[in-house]
Design a protein around this ligand. Structure first.
Ligand code: F0G
Length: 482
């Protein structure tokens, strides 16, 4: 957002875009919301959008596209092989990241499948600043093990550290010492670390990590899905980078990486996936998987219209006014919630506003999924759909033991350029009310538990009749208001 000050001193994230296409929203009555969450097995992934008021489940594939992106879709070249659209996207990727080779894929996890099949073998180790659900699942599926090397501060919810996604250099050295670099398939850095609250790494930390990896012959893989937020944070929080342009920061991050992949559902505001790199041998190795899992080399499972819009979307990501919108709205929401005493992850990160369910609902044990219970409760009292990011999002190990998550977060995603400030104020109001009535919320238990990525389709039930009590209290406080 531009440097526009308000005369009366209020800190307002002012939009540098206007809305030209809208989608009608409905807020169904609380009785229907209770029915809907019950039908969805208390899993917000299983709610129908017709029952949802503000969809804060994710920023994936739901960012607002620009007029320029929509216009670009009209000129897409849909020939099966060798399309002009592919060349335009390839050129844009080379322009921004400076990498020679580009492999298209249908989304981020498809890139993770290709990378894991190409480089992870049984016994492989993959250190990373923090795992993401689908990333870890693919690595484990290929016999590898994830080693977390995020700094301890990254897991401290109330920290003031500006770069909680940084890697701990001593932890990295210890992993190399313990396993030897030959066992390390690659090191993965996640920009805007998703599961710990959209927290960025600093350019300085990335330089250190990359130097150590290069000294030890370890490939550096960057997951750039949330790079837009990370770029913004480097620009405003890292003093030494304040005079660098977003393009310069991007290029240096790219130069420090051997392979970059991302979900274009986030970076580029479309729906697709990208892998890019310079090394020809690794390119050939990964390319073999493309026709098997994705599609021909010049579309990789993506629609050419989305690819054409990605060309524009990536270019727009280099604009500070564009990439600051998400983080500034999230900061506004987190600040307003803090004023009401609601526990949120600090400092506010990218992707969304994260509520700390462990402190919000201290009476619910992790085995009864406090973040999942908070997601269900918030939906009932507001029609807002968030996403559990805690123990429900973990999966049982080979012995059937359920690992307890480091954090229990309710993520309220802020898709870019989608919500207005009054909608954010509504969310703050209902979360504030729920916090004052938190003792009414109780836990959940699984009634149907899939083995892999259970949080997507698992079904749960409340451990008591707490949900009808919550509805009764809401009705007595809000009378006939929705
Ligand atoms: N890496 C990161 C950091 C992600 O956040 C995601 C997706 C992926 C990889 C996988 O990409 O969805 O295109 O297959 N995150 C989504 C989310 C699902 O809601 O946070 P994908």
């Amino acid at each position: 957002m531009s440097n526009i000050k308000f005369y009366y001193g209020e800190k307002v994230p002012l939009e540098m875009h206007k809305v030209r296409i809208v989608q009608k929203l409905n807020l169904v009555p609380i009785e229907r919301r209770l029915e809907a969450i019950t039908e969805a097995g208390n899993n917000t992934f299983l709610l129908k959008n017709r029952d949802v008021f503000l969809d804060m489940l994710t920023d994936s594939g739901v960012n607002a596209m620009s007029d320029q992106q929509l216009a670009a879709m009209m000129v897409a070249d849909d020939s099966y092989a060798g399309s002009e659209t592919f060349s335009r996207l390839e050129n844009k990727i080379t322009e921004i990241f400076g990498k020679k080779y580009f492999l298209p894929a249908h989304q981020g996890r498809a890139c993770e499948n290709i990378l894991s099949q190409a480089f992870v073998t049984p016994g492989s180790i993959v250190p990373m600043n923090y795992h993401f659900t689908t990333t870890k699942a693919h690595i484990v599926l290929n016999g590898g093990t994830v080693e977390e090397i995020v700094i301890d501060e990254g897991l401290n919810i109330d920290s003031a550290h500006p770069f909680k996604g940084n890697s701990d250099i001593e932890k990295l050295k210890a992993v190399i010492e313990k396993y030897g670099s030959e066992k390390i398939a690659f090191l993965r850095l996640e920009a805007g670390t998703n599961l710990i609250g959209g927290q960025p790494f600093s350019l300085e930390n990335m330089r250190e990590v990359s130097t150590i990896c290069r000294q030890n012959g370890i490939m550096v893989v960057l997951d750039a899905s949330l790079l837009a937020d990370n770029l913004y944070f480097i620009k405003v929080r890292e003093e030494k980078c304040e005079n660098m342009s977003i393009r310069e920061i991007t290029r240096e991050i790219s130069d420090l990486s051997d392979i970059i992949y991302f979900s274009a559902r986030k970076l580029g505001c479309v729906r697709g996936g990208v892998i890019c790199l310079d090394n020809e041998e690794w390119y050939q190795k990964m390319r073999e998987f493309l026709p098997l899992y994705e599609g021909f080399l010049t579309y990789g499972g993506m629609s050419v219209r989305e690819m054409e819009a990605m060309v524009v979307g990536l270019d727009e990501t280099m604009d500070e006014n564009m990439i600051s919108q998400g983080p500034l709205f999230i900061e506004y929401m987190a600040d307003e919630l803090k004023k009401k005493g609601v526990p949120v992850v600090t400092p506010a990160g990218g992707l969304g506003c994260h509520l700390n369910a462990m402190t919000f609902l201290p009476h619910i044990p992790q085995t009864q999924y406090p973040a999942g219970a908070l997601a269900a409760a918030l939906y009932i009292v507001s029609g807002i759909r968030g996403m559990e990011r805690g123990t429900m999002s973990e999966q049982r190990d080979e012995n059937g033991i359920e690992p307890l998550s480091d954090m229990e977060l309710l993520r309220l995603a802020m898709p870019r350029r989608v919500f207005t400030l009054s909608q954010v104020k509504y969310a703050v109001d209902r979360i504030g009310w729920l916090y004052e009535n938190r003792e009414l919320v109780d836990g959940l238990r699984f009634v149907e538990e899939p083995k892999v990525l259970r949080f997507f389709f698992g079904r749960l039930a409340p451990v008591s009749d707490w949900q009808s009590k919550l509805v009764a209290k809401f009705k007595s406080d809000f009378a006939d208001s929705l």
